[in-house]
Design a protein around this ligand. Structure first.
Ligand code: ADP
Ligand code: 2DT
Length: 212
């Protein structure tokens, strides 16, 4: 078996920055160039924990704020064995949101510190690359109305953006900021180059541990 592992690549950013569009396009491009790649997203709403989270986001149930934070984290931990298996098989994982969204969204609520929010995710597989799709809220607004899910308001999203900016000051994470106001194709070509370099650089390195 080949000892070259796949890369763990995460896309983050506020609502409508283009994360889902770019994840799908990136996976297709990597596959077409002969590199095994799969997409994942968090929250993964298909598991039992994911279903609880999904009905919370749809405002069908109410959960206490600490509790839902821990559920989001548990939803990542429950997928860690599968993620590690795929990475070890040489599959690159392109992930739509990860622990950074977890921290940015909960810490945008009153009385939650960044430190408290990070704790449950300490030790998760560390992404080899985290791309932050940067988009001004006024440009995001032109991409359509907010939906009806929890957190989908411009005031909350502005605070989330500030929390992401705090997280991006951490040099232990390989952050790259991408200007997401450009066309889908131009953003994609930037992302693809960054990913190909990351896949080549990380294939012989062990998978790291986040925030440890
Ligand atoms: P996110 O996953 O970050 O919420 P999406 O990928 O779902 O964002 O994109 C939100 C909307 O914006 C979609 O209608 C999508 O087609 C559109 N969109 C995505 N990227 C761009 C872009 N670079 N320029 C213009 N519209 C875009
Ligand atoms: P989408 O399914 O549209 O991406 O929205 N969130 C996400 C959290 O509050 N904590 C987390 O750990 C994660 C991964 C961001 C999902 C919503 O859930 C928020 C928006």
């Amino acid at each position: 078996m080949s000892c070259r592992r796949g890369a763990l690549i995460v896309l983050e950013g506020v609502d409508k920055a283009g994360k889902t569009t770019q994840c799908k396009k990136l996976v297709r491009a990597l596959q077409q160039s002969g590199r095994p790649a799969e997409m994942m997203r968090f929250p993964d709403r298909t598991t039992q924990i994911g279903q609880l989270i999904s009905s919370y986001l749809e405002k069908k149930n109410n959960l206490e704020d600490h509790t839902v934070h821990l559920l989001f984290s548990a939803n990542r931990w429950e997928l860690v064995p599968l993620m590690k298996k795929k990475l070890e098989q040489g599959i690159t994982l392109v992930v739509d949101r990860y622990a950074f969204s977890g921290v940015a969204f909960t810490s945008a609520k009153p009385d939650f510190s960044l430190e408290w929010c990070k704790h449950p995710d300490v030790g998760l597989p560390k992404p080899d690359l985290v791309m932050f799709l940067q988009l001004n809220p006024s440009v995001a607004a032109e991409r359509g109305e907010f939906g009806t899910e929890r957190y989908e308001t411009s005031t909350f999203q502005r605070t989330v953006q500030q929390r992401f900016e705090q997280l991006m000051k951490d040099p232990s994470v390989n952050w790259k900021v991408i200007d997401a106001a450009r066309s889908i194709d131009i953003v994609h070509s930037d992302i693809k180059v960054l990913c190909e370099n990351t896949i080549n650089m990380s294939e012989n390195l062990p998978i790291g541990e986040l925030w440890k």
